[in-house]
Design a binder for this molecule. Structure first.
Ligand code: SF4
Ligand code: SF4
Length: 280
């Protein structure tokens, strides 16, 4: 079986201070960071033992993980395991990049996000171009804010054409996007309109909890980041027993990571395509 797994541990801090984020410049105690480190190492050890399945792993931290050595070590190690098809991480790309030389670049990918209040477009794009030159697979994302077209254009213009750029509509936002803004953002990311409103999902079949699930720092499994019920724990012998076909219990699915898991609508299929783009 091939499983897609989202890992989000105890980390909840970041070195950046984006105005639209609750994790901006949050400091964590040494004890909590130590707990996060142990949990990430335990998780990587567990994946190393799961040789009868194939894995696609995405680290989706609350905050920035790649400034922490234990995440870099875990990504490096996981990228070399034969049972890991892909290992990815969301990142603001503020970390050093030498560690990437030790990764298997055929399996590593980075979901980078450009935050214009924290780093210049010139510096960010230069880092992306350097990494692409080394053969690193990555995408670049931004939060699309009404009235902030120039920041998006500045980044798109500086990126190589083969680097995918994705735009997520700011939530909540101080005013609606104009038609012109939607059209211009959509020229950069054709799937941008799908981020403007949540996808209705109640009662619809969704493969989360069957072939895709999240894991937290304790190993607890959930269907996705938007359904809080724990369905199992990877550190128990019968973790597979908690995976089965299910329908969505939520009125709507509020993020493309979740919506891409939905079955049976054209827009969900479009989002799946977007997710596939981001993975490469
Ligand atoms: S880089 Fe990401 S996690 Fe850090 S403050 Fe900005 S939005 Fe939040
Ligand atoms: S449809 Fe969305 S919210 Fe519902 S279970 Fe699937 S991923 Fe989660």
């Amino acid at each position: 079986m091939t499983y897609s797994l989202l890992y989000r541990g105890f980390l909840s801090s970041c070195n950046y201070s984006c105005g639209y984020c609750p994790f901006a410049k949050r400091i964590e105690s040494r004890a909590r960071l130590h707990r996060d480190r142990q949990s990430v190492e335990r998780f990587a050890n567990w994946i190393a033992e799961q040789t009868s399945d194939q894995w696609k792993i995405l680290f989706t931290p609350w905050g920035e993980a790649l400034t922490r050595s234990w995440y870099r070590t875990a990504l490096t190690r996981l990228s070399h395991l034969p049972q890991v098809q892909r290992v990815s991480a969301q990142t603001n790309l503020s970390c050093g990049v030498r560690w990437i030389n030790d990764c298997n670049l055929e399996r590593l990918s980075l979901w980078t996000t450009f935050h214009p209040s924290e780093v210049s477009a010139v510096a960010f794009a230069a880092k992306v171009i350097e990494l692409r030159g080394q053969g690193v697979q990555l995408s670049v994302g931004m939060v699309a804010i009404p009235g902030a077209l120039s920041d998006v254009d500045a980044m798109r213009d500086r990126l190589p054409p083969d680097v995918n750029m994705w735009l997520n509509a700011q939530q909540p936002r101080r005013r609606p996007f104009t038609e012109d803004e939607v059209a211009r953002f959509s020229r950069i990311d054709p799937y941008f309109p799908l981020t403007l409103r949540p996808e209705r999902s109640l009662g619809r079949p969704c493969p989360t909890g069957e072939v895709s699930f999240t894991v937290d720092g304790d190993g607890d499994m959930r269907r996705c980041h938007f359904v809080d019920s724990v369905i199992g724990n990877i550190y128990t012998p019968n973790w597979r027993a908690s995976l089965m076909p299910r329908v969505c219990p939520n009125a709507s699915c509020k993020c493309f990571l979740g919506t891409s898991q939905l079955l049976s609508t054209n827009s969900a299929s479009a989002l799946s395509n977007r997710l596939a783009l981001l993975e490469h």
